[in-house]
Design a binder for this molecule. Structure first.
Ligand code: TMP
Length: 409
């Protein structure tokens, strides 16, 4: 079965002349955590293309969503970091409206809608393609439509919440192949006074921080404000405000309104993306991959037991790019019950409960977006000598530790 299609033109502005700016060796789907008796699964090429017109970075390869999302273990984190983020988002929403009804596109296990209910938003409805997450949400009493966000789903949800004050789409737009169809479907849901809040990873953060681990097959695009602005140019919608948040390594929330509402259009913002940004990104990304590979091999060579902390999609990118096996990373600890007992994509590295970190000398933190919270949790382990490595911070104390080990011999 051919489950991959190749992009022909820019998802936002239609420009057919896209440039290849980054690629990783073929890798497994980053969330395909399989059971030990399930087949290992295919690897897919991953190529990032760049649109010089609207500054949208996008994947050339689109994996069939039926394959990607059939059973999806990503669960919105119940972490303190995430709760704080929900609160910040809510504060911003409140400056514009006090919603009584809300729809969430890509509602996952319903955590955000549950949060909104707690704030007094009475009527909520989610749309979620993954059956396992849909079931979790329904069990928690969150009305959810088990579907991708297509025209049919939009019509059903519109029937459930006909007058919708707020539409939220958190980290779902990066997963969307047909941007124009998404906007058309928004048109079905949004009334004159509806506030639409779209949260997505911000390209400028990704470039500045060389976040190579944002690149996996679910993330079909890496958006600038300009790309979104140009997408909406000939639609019934416009961006009227943009806010930036530190969540997930740097995200922007685009606040969108209908053109016939009273909210003014944001002028096309000036975003500085240096002409050599992608060259720099490549150099830094590959240096980080080499760096992590060398460090882990050196630590394993000196007899340390190296584990991973957080079986995030990002962990799959690092493991694939570095070519790690269960000889290098012996296990990955994670707090998500759905992931425990499974294996990291493309490898035999098992996912185990967080407590097992006690067995490790070193942990590569692949949930670095929750680093502070994890560091706090790991304080006793770190005090006993445990080393936590952030793959984005080459200056971590590994070299020092290794030097000490060598000086003992
Ligand atoms: P994410 O960055 O894609 O949300 O993934 C973070 C992963 O890290 C997720 O699988 C949950 C896991 N995690 C822990 O295991 N312990 C923690 O304390 C936190 C915050 C996350």
């Amino acid at each position: 079965m051919n489950s991959i299609t190749l992009l022909k033109a820019c998802r936002a502005c239609g420009n057919p002349h896209l440039r290849k700016v980054f690629s990783l060796p073929p890798m497994p789907l980053a969330n395909s955590f399989r059971l030990p008796d399930e087949p290992i699964g295919r690897k897919f090429p991953l190529t990032v293309l760049w649109c010089d017109e609207c500054h949208l970075a996008q994947l050339r390869e689109t994996v069939d969503p039926e394959v990607l999302y059939a059973n999806y273990p990503y669960v919105t984190s119940a972490s303190q970091t995430m709760l704080r983020h929900f609160e910040s988002l809510w504060s911003e929403i409140k400056t514009e409206c006090i919603p009584e009804s809300a729809i969430e596109i890509g509602s996952n296990d319903g955590r955000m809608l549950q949060f909104l209910k707690g704030k007094g938003v009475d009527r909520v409805c989610g749309i979620e393609p993954a059956e396992n997450l849909f079931s979790l949400a329904m069990k928690e009493g969150i009305t959810t439509i088990n579907s991708l966000f297509d025209k049919h789903a939009a019509e059903i949800v519109h029937g459930v919440v006909p007058r919708c004050d707020l539409i939220v789409a958190r980290h779902v737009f990066a997963h969307v192949d047909d941007w124009h169809a998404f906007v058309k479907n928004l048109d079905v849901l949004a009334g004159k006074e509806t506030l639409i809040a779209i949260e997505l990873p911000y390209l400028v953060d990704m470039l500045e921080k060389a976040e190579l681990d944002q690149c996996y097959h679910e993330h079909l695009s890496y958006a600038s404000i300009r790309s979104f602005w140009m997408l909406l140019e000939h639609t019934p919608f416009h961006i009227h405000k943009v806010k930036f948040y530190p969540i997930h390594g740097g995200a922007m929330v685009l606040f969108i309104r209908r053109n016939d509402s009273e909210w003014a259009r944001l002028p096309l913002p000036y975003e500085f993306i240096h002409p050599t940004a992608w060259e720099d990104f490549n150099v830094r990304a590959w240096r980080r991959i080499e760096d992590l590979k060398l460090k882990v091999h050196a630590l394993v060579g000196s007899g340390k037991l190296v584990a991973g902390y957080g079986a995030s999609a990002k962990s799959s990118v690092w493991i694939s790019a570095c070519g790690f096996t269960s000889e290098d990373i012996r296990f990955i600890v994670d707090s998500t019950p759905q992931k425990i007992g499974r294996l990291s994509p493309g490898t035999c590295i098992p996912i185990v409960p967080e407590e097992e970190i006690e067995k490790a000398d070193v942990a590569v933190c692949c949930a670095w977006n929750f680093l502070l919270e994890i560091k706090e949790k790991l304080k006793p382990w770190i005090e006993k000598g445990g080393i936590l490595i952030n793959p984005h911070h080459p200056e971590s104390n590994v070299a020092q530790t290794l030097a000490k080990e060598y000086s003992k011999t």
